[in-house]
Design a protein around this ligand. Structure first.
Ligand code: TTP
Ligand code: MG
Length: 353
């Protein structure tokens, strides 16, 4: 079984965590472009704000019109801080799960070999206890099913679906709600009379391939035929960062030992980038100190970096910078590439998300 974890209104909840004085207020987290004081878009908003119709991707000036000013706080995004919380959640997930992957700053997939439901509940609770913020969890036979299940009960939700329930959930779903189907694909399918996944079954297979090309057409056929496990490769397309974390032989303040561990793991990150035709802009190093606290240091490059680069110098700089500001020894160390840029030039279904 697969467990999917998705944090609730993540950036806004992270802001609530460090600003308890804003409890009950509408929190709108914004990416300001700087052109005018209100230029830019909404990154996310808490559920108080969603009730007024404020949502991700909306222009800030529009959000200002919808959210009552006396009850609202508008804050700029702080990726460094959200990244640190994400790392803290990642340590909780990796503590409980044998095989897991972080697929964006606020999402994890976990492969559960044994009894998945109690494991998922345990992880959900541990995240709440150790980080103070809530998530929604979905458990299903496939990645697609788990992700959709997690989305059905938000916020602070939990949904377990077995094979039959997963099939019903996906078949009854509106086509545009299926993870991996973008706006354009959904529109084209509406044009063919398809509203739900069930309707897709009636379409001629050849027509799907003709209309959407071999790759996307085959993806839709697998969806129609209920081969949900095969859709996994596409949902990876959403991944906006790739990271590895490892435990050092013993706790240390020796920068070259840390660098050696990073070099061991970096190959995995680079292989992943190459396989998925991605470059990255942000390089981050995560540190878990002997008191089990998480820290991270990052830098961003002006132009995206490829999968063959050597970043020893930058990594050393980040490690030294961290050690200079923290007196403790380091127990675990991680390497993360974020702000990924697609360089394949090919549009896939997932790329439309
Ligand atoms: P999501 O998980 O899509 O959204 P969310 O966590 O805010 O809300 P939900 O409870 O529905 O899961 O995205 C995670 C974070 O990514 C989100 O907190 C902010 C950021 N984000 C953007 O910056 N722009 C966007 O358009 C979206 C969708 C998300
Ligand atoms: Mg989320």
């Amino acid at each position: 079984m697969i467990i999917h974890i998705d944090m609730d209104y993540f950036f806004a909840q992270a802001e609530e965590l460090r600003h308890p004085e804003y409890t009950g207020k509408i929190i709108v987290v914004c990416v300001y472009s700087g052109r005018t004081p209100d230029s830019g878009v909404v990154s996310t908003v808490n559920y108080e704000g969603r009730r007024y119709g404020v949502h991700s991707g909306m222009p800030i000036f529009k959000a200002r019109k919808r959210a009552p000013p006396q009850d609202s706080v508008f804050l700029p995004v702080d990726h460094e801080y959200y990244g640190e919380i994400s790392d803290r959640i990642d340590s909780v997930v990796t503590e409980y799960a044998e095989i897991s992957g972080r697929t964006s700053i606020d999402e994890w997939f976990i492969r559960a070999e044994g009894d998945a439901e109690p494991l998922a509940r345990k992880i959900k609770q541990a995240i709440r206890e150790k980080t103070g913020i809530t998530c929604s969890a979905g458990v299903a036979p496939s990645m697609l099913g788990a992700k959709m299940a997690a989305g059905m009960r938000k916020p602070d939700g939990f949904l377990f679906v077995d094979e039959a329930a997963e099939r019903k959930m996906i078949e009854d779903s509106d086509i545009e709600k299926v993870v991996g189907i973008g706006e354009k694909t959904a529109e084209a399918l509406h044009g063919l009379g398809v509203e739900t996944v069930k309707n897709l079954k009636k379409l001629d297979r050849m027509l799907l391939v003709e209309k959407f090309g071999k790759k996307s057409g085959s993806w839709l056929i697998a969806l129609a035929e209920g081969r949900y496990g095969e859709l996994l490769e596409y949902s990876e397309g959403e991944q906006s960062e790739v990271s590895r974390i490892g435990t050092l032989k013993e706790k240390t303040r020796d920068a070259s030992e840390m660098l050696e561990k990073i070099a061991e793991m970096e190959g995995d990150n680079q292989a992943w980038l190459k396989q998925h035709n991605k470059f990255f802009r942000t390089l981050a190093i995560a540190f878990v100190t002997e008191d089990m606290k998480n820290h991270s240091r990052s830098l961003s490059f002006k132009s995206p970096k490829g999968w063959t680069g050597d970043f020893r110098e930058e990594e050393m700089k980040l490690i030294r910078e961290f050690l200079a500001g923290n007196p403790l020894a380091v127990r675990r160390i991680g390497i993360r590439y974020a702000n990924l840029v697609d360089v394949s030039g090919q549009k896939t279904l997932a790329g439309e998300l």
